[in-house]
Design a protein around this ligand. Sequence first.
Ligand code: WT7
Length: 656
Amino acid sequence: MAEEQRGDAIETFQAAGETFPPDAATVAAANAQAEIYARAAADPVAFWAAEARERLTWRKPFTKTLEWELPFARWFDDGELNVAENCVDRHVAAGRGEKVAFHWIGEPGDRRTITYAELLVEVQRTANALKGLGVTRGDRVAIYMPMVPEVAIAMLACARIGAAHSVVFSGFPASALADRINDAEAKVLITADGGYRKGSFFELKPIADEAMKSSPSITGSIVYRRRQPGTPGETAMQQGRDHWWQDLVPQQSTDCPAEAMPAEQLLFLLYTSGTTAKPKGIMHTSAGYLLGAALTHHAVFDIKPDDVYWCAADVGWITGHTYIVYGPLANGATQVMYEGTPDTPSWDRWWSIIEELKVNILYCAPTAIRAFMRQGEEHPRKHDLSSLRLLGSVGEPINPEAWLWYRSVIGGGRTPIVDTWWQTETGSIAISPLPGVTTTKPGSATFAMPGIAADVVDASGKSVPLGGGGFLTLTQPWPSMLRGIWGDPARFKETYWSRFPGSYFAGDGARRDEEGYFWLLGRVDDVMNVSAHRISTIEVESALVDHHNVAEAAVVGKNDPLTGQAIFAFVILKKGVEATDEFAHELRGHVAKQIGAIARPKFLLFVPDLPKTRSGKIMRRLLRDIAEGRALGDVTTLADGGVVDTIRSNTGAAEE
Ligand code: WT7
């Protein structure tokens, strides 16, 4: 682990300026009041038990709250429930069937409104379709879809019958999809012919086909037809394996009773990048995960029965799982789901949607906020955004400038901002303000959520006094924590639980100020954060050296004003290969093909050598210094001092 990086991050920390106490009206009406912290702190396990009884509908009540054999937790273990029933059936049973679950907007402008009653019908039909394809409890189902309501329906259909879903982001290439299908040994793939993005239709099925060629576990696929009349192209279907959603699902029975599932039934796998080339299948189970999702969505987003809520993430990431599907639906919320990108047809798309649907709560990533800042205030100014009551941020540290712009330009200077820190592994928000309780400071995620114990420790694991920085740890188990890495318990222990024995190590650096506010400082391991997406340096390096012309490669994250970090690749070519711009372009394309467009290096530099320690370890710290164009740090362990000078004299023309 690159502990050296901690220093970089902590230096970039900026002291707090103005603070924002909650206004009286928000305090009076907020779902979560100050008492929740005291109640949780007094007895965290009892707090979670009480919340689980209040927020979830159980088929069989639990009697045991927590069994904790570090690092393996079991929450509510002898209880039984059905996650889909909690997200859909119970709202319909309570007479709220006509409430809108999704206002869906396609990028070309097509619209659909789906009520909870309709959702219930579709989830049952889809669950029956899965059963018809031989899916049973405990199986895995891969989902590779654009942002259409059917993606939520597919996930809930899996949950209903006790199959675990593994959603793969629709921007990933065939190899990444195949790797994930194979690791999980998924039986069925639910996909689509394509989707609309940036003004055109992108084909998904050919990529799914390529992946299925090397995915022997797949016995059937369901393909949602998204292509609209007038969009050219045809989708090839393999007889006996592929079924159009529109043919298969509508003919199913609308009756598929939700079966009671054990609390610890595997709900889903979600693959995320770690510090090796192989992505980790993060495991989340049913009751604890759902509780974390429901409670945090209620307390942090302060959701009220008549609110219109919009989480602008893609369902392919954990944010979409927890804050589009499970949290909001468990709470019976009305949501906006938008298929496309914020710039299509023009940069005011989001603001026109907010005006039209009177959106009250918006949740997005700082990278989007910074992109909006660049486009100028005239786009939001064209629209009435006065319905907005609360704004959220997630995925990367938000710089105070973007925070203040978000609040003043989008929030009209009125709305609280919740900067929410969490991870795929934490399942739900772990550090965040509560809108009616917390006085916020721009750039700080403020305090650990009720029931979550966070600390900042030094390299020896000792808690750092207020005012100091170090490594962020979570010191007590929590219900929505990951239960493991699929098929690799040893890696689970090693990655998260070995660095600071007894605590969960998040991989982030953090600082606490004198008042105890948490300031997140970015990753301290070999993981980059590009546009709020996690990418492993080693994964990109492997993709680079996979090219037959590349001898060696090293990758670092470089600070980027728009995307947080940008990928900077240093590449040594094989003898006789010429370092041309054309080849740099080809190599970037090679990485995109292997891992996805988000991993395409923005900077790529051909170098004759890489700085290494005497034991041969690449000194990424020095490469970061070079990438940032700053003075080199300590070079005493460098084997050959001349290497960095050669690289430095050579840094032109690296950007694409
Ligand atoms: C990593 C987790 C959680 C959903 C999206 C990303 C960074 C996340 C914040 C925040 C500073 C943040 C951390 C974390 N991160 N939220 N509010 N402030 N950093 O999920 O792909 O699992 O990535 O994102 O570095 O470890 P993920």
